[in-house]
Design a protein around this ligand. Structure first.
Ligand SMILES: [Fe+2]
Ligand SMILES: [Fe+2]
Length: 143
């Protein structure tokens, strides 16, 4: 059974960003599934590294989109991204330097809740905010 899955309730109405959110949700779920199976640390770290990289790409993409379209909550939104990245970098440092099992259930719950809350409460704000330019021209770099 899937522990964390993207659903329409998380849609921001922009297919490129929905696809990126699906990827982030999928990586958090993959991390949890691997952790639940007790896989070795190196495999967990590799999933976490992908989550960090995809988060950086997605946040940069989203911030560029919001900045160029005059989204009023742009600075607050970017600060929230920075806070999550700091937490992810902390997990990453811990994983790269600590032997043995490197996650616990509260850390995984934190990741799932943060991603859910951020998309649901903050990202969806831009889906409902009139912006200065249309939404059609979102350039997506290959991941
Ligand atoms: Fe965001
Ligand atoms: Fe997002």
């Amino acid at each position: 059974m899937t522990w964390f899955a993207w659903g329409e309730e998380l849609s921001v109405g922009i297919p490129e960003f929905d696809a990126e959110h699906r990827m982030l949700v999928g990586l958090v779920d993959e991390l949890h599934a691997a952790w639940s199976r007790g896989v070795e640390t190196v495999a967990l770290v590799s999933i976490l590294d992908r989550l960090v990289e995809q988060s950086k790409l997605h946040f940069a993409h989203e911030e560029a989109y919001l900045a160029t379209r005059g989204f009023p909550g742009f600075e607050e939104h970017g600060a929230e991204h920075a806070r999550l990245l700091d937490t992810l970098f902390g997990f990453q440092r811990h994983c790269h330097t600590s032997p043995g099992r490197v996650f616990d259930a509260p850390q995984l719950d934190f990741l799932r809740n943060w991603v859910w809350d951020h998309i649901r409460e903050l990202d969806r704000q831009y889906a409902h905010t009139p912006l200065t330019q249309g939404r059609a021209a979102v350039a997506v770099e290959p991941a």
